[in-house]
Every structure is written in structure tokens, then in C-alpha cells.
Design a protein around this ligand. Structure first.
Ligand SMILES: C[S@@+](CC[C@H](N)C(=O)[O-])C[C@H]1O[C@@H](n2cnc3c(N)ncnc32)[C@H](O)[C@@H]1O
Length: 444
């Protein structure tokens, strides 16, 4: 029989875990427990520095506990925090960020503001990826991976994504199953359909279906059938990804029917977004990010040059264009840069120049920069950016990040080359999960 202990949960930590301590200071990490819970745990793993336990029963529930809304919660790895009442999630995320800054970078004095909550605690995701697996000649399972595995939990709907996706998802799942379409088997690297992605906008009521295939596979007639799976469906795109591994999208897209672009609205701006280019996953929070950017830029006043590095389809370049004579939008993806051209046109921002390439190298070619906006992928910024900051010394930096660990690492380097952190603003971009988006304003 496995060992059981009673633990008081002290705090939430990364990866959807919580932390408590046993006698002799042994740390125990427990999934699905909540700060303030008293739980009986079963020890499932003993590591040198900590143990891992699963909840056997909740003895005294934390006041932050609530009943998860979704029947798949706890099995599906799509979200980890549905057992925490939404009122408390932003506060707990602020604590996560403070912890990351202090433990990973020794930054203890940062002015971390209260997390801006998501106006939508549910039904916010504008992009969702479903892996799938054939289980009989007439059916497939389709849903989300169980946490940290490639085991697919079959779901029929999800409370996190846009409501318009549910109908399309259910009908498409049935269709792919019954038509006997070839589904990819990652262990054998054979079969075709690897992933079913939906993305779109609630505001414009537009949805794109993106089917990721292990090679060119889909027929136009299939795409025509898929177009009928919901009134919002505007187009069906096949993305070709023949490579083994976890990257969802491959490099090549084929638009089979309709369009490969959809429109999103953020405040008064319109964004044209293509099937596989990046866009912030919670439009309601993208709007809050633009509001905070606006506030900082109003404080700074008009400047000569803004560089928006890692600019995607141009969200921040477009939104900051009114504050500068010239904005450079630096983006490595040709597909996103091509959307950015459309977005400066549709929003009438002729002072934005799109430059397609590696932001690290491109920044060195720009000359004087007054405000540098950074919004890198999860891995954070490269050393080239820190070098640019040390040499060119732009007076203002606005660093957006979806990864507190790499953010903490990068902030430490920025402080070392002479910057002072004015404030850090967390945003709850990903309600019901432990993920948190942040904006840091630095000055020198
Ligand atoms: C987190 S997204 C931010 C996009 C944009 N700021 C937005 O809010 O929509 C990061 C972007 O950085 C781009 N990227 C990744 N590595 C890059 C690099 N070395 N140079 C320029 N862009 C890069 C990605 O293609 C992606 O569009």
C-alpha cells in the first residue's frame, strides 16, 4: 500500500501543481489541490528534493475551491485550474509571477500590479488544436492530450473555446470518423490527418478550419463538406506537416475551399489573420494589452522611432503607430509579415514599415530606437537583443511575455545592462490554466 499523509497546501506553483510541506520540511507537489486546502495525499513519486502526491480526499477545502464546470476536467490536460473559483485565479497568478522573479532572478523589489482578469473566464480561446485517433472503421476520438502524455481524451465540447467552435468540432469529428478518412498514427508515422484546428473570431463570426496532414491528402470535395459544418466557417485549409515531432504546424498551406484569412477586431482596429500565423489567443485580453500599451505611450508622449520586435501580424505596431513618426515591425514569419502588410493598409498606418527577418539581427540595422516593444515566443529573447540594449540603449522597453521563467531570466540581464523596471503588469490571458501573460515596462 502506498504511503498517505495529510498536507496543508501553501501555494500554487507552475505546471498546474500546488505545494505543501510534510514534517522535516519535505516538499510535496500535488496536482489539482488549491492553496488553503487540507488534503490527504497518496505519495506517487519520491525525488531527492521533493515528493509528488495525488489527492486521496480533500479534508478541508480552501475557500477558493469551486466545482469544475467541465466533465473532462482532471482527465483532460487542456486546463488545470477549473477547481479554483475565477475570482481568485488572477490573484494566484500574481503570486506565481512574484515567485518566479524572486526565485529565478533574485528580483524582489519589482512593482507587480494586480493581474488584469479576463472579461471572459470561459469561452475565450480563439484558436484550438485537437489531436485525433482512429478507433474503428467508422469512428475517431478527438480532443486533448492528457497532461504530459500523448494519450487523447475524447471530448464532445470544451468550455474554454469560442462557442461557435462546438458545432463545427462535433460535426467534423463525426464526419472524419464515418467517412473513414486516414488518420495519422504517430508511433508508425503513417496515415494522414494529424490535427484538427479551429480558429476565428466571435466578433466577426468567422471560423477557419485547418487540417494538419502528414502530406498532401485532402480532396476538395471533403473540404466542401467541411464548409457546411457551421455558418461561421469561411474556409478550409490543409497544412502539410510531414515531420515527426510535436510541432503542430508544418510550413506549407493549401487553401482547399473559401479563404485562408479571417478578420478579428481589437478596439477600433481590424486584423487580418492567416490560417497558421500567430495571434493572441484571448481577444478580450489582447484588447487590455493594447490599453496598457496606450497608457504607457501616452505617458512617454510622441517619439521618433518605435521598433516592434516579434511583431506577428502587427497588433502592437498598428496600435502604437499614432505615437511615432516611424514604426518598424520585425517578424521572422513571412506569412505573418504578409498579414501585417494587409493590417497596416486596413488600419491606415502608412508610417509602419514591415521588415521580414530575424529581429535580433534586424534591430542592429535600425539606428536610433526610442521605444522597443518585445513580444518573443516562450523561449524569450536571444542574446542579440541584450547586446542591442547594451549598445544602442533605447530609453524605453515594453516587454510582453507568456513565460514568467524566461521573462525573469531576461529581466535580470536587462537590469544588468542599465535598465530599471518601472512595473510589471500581469494579464489573465489563459483563464482556468496556470499560464499567465505579462508586460514589463523598463526605462533607462
Ligand atoms: C508571441 S508572438 C507575438 C506576436 C505579436 N506581437 C502579437 O501580439 O500578435 C511571437 C512572434 O515572434 C515571431 N518570431 C519568432 N522568432 C523570431 C525572431 N527570431 N525574429 C522575429 N520574429 C520572431 C513569431 O513568428 C511570432 O509571430
Amino acid at each position: 500500500m502506498s504511503e498517505t499523509y495529510i498536507v496543508h497546501i501553501e501555494k500554487m506553483i507552475n505546471e498546474g501543481l500546488s505545494l505543501g510541506k510534510l514534517g522535516q520540511g519535505i516538499k510535496v507537489m500535488v496536482p489539482y489541490a488549491v492553496k488553503g486546502d487540507e488534503v490527504e495525499i497518496r505519495v506517487v513519486k519520491k525525488k531527492k528534493d521533493y515528493w509528488i502526491g495525488t489527492i486521496k480526499r480533500v479534508i478541508t477545502p480552501s475557500p477558493m475551491r469551486t466545482n469544475p464546470k467541465c466533465p473532462y476536467f482532471g482527465k483532460c490536460g487542456g486546463c488545470q485550474w477549473q477547481m479554483i473559483d475565477y475570482t481568485y485565479q488572477p490573484k494566484l497568478k500574481k503570486e506565481l509571477v512574484i515567485d518566479a522573479l524572486s526565485h529565478l532572478a533574485g528580483l524582489k523589489e519589482v512593482d507587480v500590479l494586480d493581474t488584469i482578469p479576463s472579461p471572459r473566464p470561459f469561452n475565450y480561446r480563439n484558436k484550438v488544436h485537437f489531436p485525433l485517433k482512429r478507433v474503428s472503421s467508422s469512428s475517431v476520438i478527438m480532443g486533448f492530450y492528457k497532461q504530459d502524455t500523448h494519450y487523447i481524451i475524447d471530448v464532445n465540447e470544451c468550455p474554454l473555446h469560442l462557442p461557435q467552435f462546438n458545432e463545427v468540432f462535433k460535426k467534423a469529428k463525426r464526419y472524419i470518423g464515418e467517412r473513414g478518412l486516414s488518420v495519422y498514427d504517430e508511433t508508425k508515422h503513417s496515415g494522414f490527418i494529424r490535427n484538427f484546428t479551429l480558429r476565428g473570431s466571435e466578433r466577426t463570426q468567422e471560423t477557419l478550419i485547418v487540417i494538419v496532414s502528414n502530406g498532401e491528402y485532402l480532396r476538395k470535395s471533403t473540404a466542401i463538406d467541411l464548409m457546411k459544418m457551421g455558418n461561421s466557417v469561411l474556409g478550409v485549409v490543409e497544412n502539410i506537416n510531414p515531420k515527426r515531432g510535436n510541432a503542430i504546424f508544418g510550413r506549407e498551406n493549401r487553401t482547399l475551399v473559401g479563404t485562408s484569412l479571417y478578420h478579428e477586431r481589437v478596439r477600433n482596429y481590424t486584423f487580418i489573420i492567416s490560417a497558421t500565423s500567430f495571434f493572441q489567443v484571448n481577444t478580450w485580453i489582447a484588447e487590455k494589452m493594447v490599453d496598457v500599451l496606450d497608457g504607457v505611450m501616452q505617458e512617454i508622449g510622441e517619439v521618433d522611432v518605435i521598433a516592434d520586435a516579434y511583431s506577428g501580424v502587427g497588433l502592437f505596431a498598428v496600435a502604437s503607430a499614432k505615437y511615432a513618426r516611424k514604426v518598424y515591425a520585425l517578424e521572422i514569419s513571412a506569412e505573418s509579415s504578409s498579414c501585417a502588410y494587409k493590417n497596416i493598409a486596413v488600419n491606415n498606418k502608412p508610417n509602419v514599415e514591415i521588415i521580414n527577418g530575424d529581429a535580433e539581427g534586424l534591430l542592429q540595422t535600425l539606428g536610433k530606437v526610442d521605444v522597443l516593444i518585445l513580444d518573443p515566443p516562450r523561449r524569450g529573447v536571444g542574446d542579440g537583443i541584450v547586446e542591442f540594449l547594451a549598445n544602442s540603449k533605447p530609453p524605453h522597453i515594453l516587454y510582453f511575455s507568456c513565460n514568467p521563467a524566461t521573462l525573469a531570466r531576461d529581466l535580470k540581464k536587462m537590469v544588468e545592462v542599465g535598465y530599471k523596471i518601472e512595473f510589471l503588469q500581469p494579464f489573465d490571458m489563459f483563464p482556468q490554466t496556470y499560464h499567465v501573460e505579462n508586460l514589463v515596462y523598463l526605462k533607462r
